[in-house]
Design a protein around this ligand. Structure first.
Ligand SMILES: Nc1nc2c(ncn2[C@@H]2O[C@H](COP(=O)(O)OP(=O)(O)OP(=O)(O)O)[C@@H](O)[C@H]2O)c(=O)[nH]1
Ligand SMILES: [Mg+2]
Length: 359
């Protein structure tokens, strides 16, 4: 399934334009180096401003005092060159705009651009080397670093954790919490874990029936109370049920709530306080973009989340939410929802994510 196509297009056009820019610079340097006086010189040619007569001197001179640019420009090696910030400034600007267009939050876009810049600028390059690869590697490295911050191996954790493991799913309305719980229960059962679901959304009309229908289809025990009952009590009961029957995993549903609703957010805090979950998972839509980032931050501030699941990645998602949420919460993306079926939950692997952006 093709995912995050728009972001892919942007990254590929950045790659192409950075490649062209670097190649232009290489040709320029090549021409300078093949001037008669330098052809037989085996040593690196140091282009001190006072000694050179080519346009490097002009550029260096005009940037005097800007530190890095000057340092980078000072070394032009035979058949090698050093890229400086000025060379790729416009291209980096385009990259930043492209990232912003793809719902990557400003602070995150800036961090990516800075990291790509640090990778590309100031390093000696061989003329004729594969510039496309150089650019791609710089981007991949930067994105991978963001996506792999605080990685967490969910499978390994489950295997070793004391049972029952209690997981609470939180998020704003309609993001896919309930469906994700059903998918997760299905996945866990396929891995031979026993599960129980807590119908912790006692608030929305029809929510209990909805999760009950899922639980019946995947053959999982459901603990439910009355509509409008105390969600903390349902969740508590489900944990007790799991303890008394040696069930491996408790999956607690909660009502969708806006991150700005103070009362509902403190109710969620209570649910978490009473049942002390092992993991709190924030569920949002991959298509939500910058809104999702704001919400992830607010939820995380109220009830520290352990990771996120992004749903509806099968819709035309730009991919920015995944990158931004990982960066801003400092917590891993654990799974992607990629459809409405029970099997449509894909384990999120940072390396896979980064690689498929360049396929
Ligand atoms: N295409 C697609 N649809 C999804 C995915 N995950 C959930 N949905 C759909 O999104 C809609 C909302 O899902 P729910 O699971 O009810 O969302 P919720 O967060 O529990 O909603 P509330 O309880 O109202 O807050 C349903 O129609 C789901 O089938 C996904 O990964 N891909
Ligand atoms: Mg729900």
């Amino acid at each position: 399934m093709p995912l995050f196509n728009k972001l892919k297009e942007k990254l590929s056009s950045f790659k192409k334009s950075a490649e062209d820019t670097i190649d232009e610079k290489a040709v320029e340097v090549e021409e300078q180096n093949t001037q008669p006086a330098e052809t037989s010189e085996p040593e690196p040619v140091k282009t001190e401003p006072s000694k050179t007569s080519n346009n490097l001197e002009q550029e260096t001179g005009s940037k005097s005092g800007t530190g890095f640019g000057q340092k980078a420009k000072a070394f032009v090696f035979k058949r090698e060159f050093v890229l400086d910030e000025d060379d790729i400034q416009d291209t980096l600007w385009d990259l930043e705009m492209g990232l912003l267009e793809n719902d990557i939050a400003l602070s995150v876009s800036e961090a990516i651009v800075e990291s790509v810049k640090n990778e590309l600028v100031g390093t000696r390059r061989r003329i004729g080397s594969d510039t496309g690869k150089i650019v791609e590697d710089a981007l991949k490295k930067s994105l991978y670093n963001i996506m792999s911050a605080n990685t967490f191996d969910f499978d390994e954790y489950l295997k070793n954790a004391e049972k029952p493991v209690h997981i609470v799913f939180v998020g704003v309305n309609g993001t896919g919490k309930t469906t994700t719980i059903a998918k997760m229960a299905n996945l866990l059962q396929n891995d031979n874990y026993s599960t129980v679901i807590a119908a912790g959304d006692t608030f929305r009309a029809g929510a209990i029936d909805q999760i009950e229908s899922h639980a019946n289809k995947i053959n999982t025990k459901l603990i439910k109370h009355q509509e409008m009952g105390d969600p903390a009590a349902v969740v508590y009961d489900a944990v007790q049920y799991a303890k008394s029957r040696s069930i491996d995993v408790v999956l607690s549903d909660t009502a969708g709530r806006m991150h700005t609703n103070v009362n509902l957010m403190s109710q969620l805090e209570k649910v978490c306080r009473v049942s002390s979950p092992d993991l709190i998972i924030f569920v949002d839509e991959a298509v939500a973009g910058n809104d999702a980032v704001e919400r992830a931050q607010q939820f995380n501030d109220n009830i520290p989340i352990d990771g996120s699941i992004l749903t509806k990645a099968d819709a035309d998602s730009k991919g920015g939410a995944a990158i931004s949420i990982a960066y801003i919460t400092g917590k891993p993306i654990l799974y992607l929802g990629i459809g409405q079926g029970y099997e449509d939950l894909k384990k999120f692997d940072p390396q896979w994510f980064v690689d498929q952006l360049f396929e």
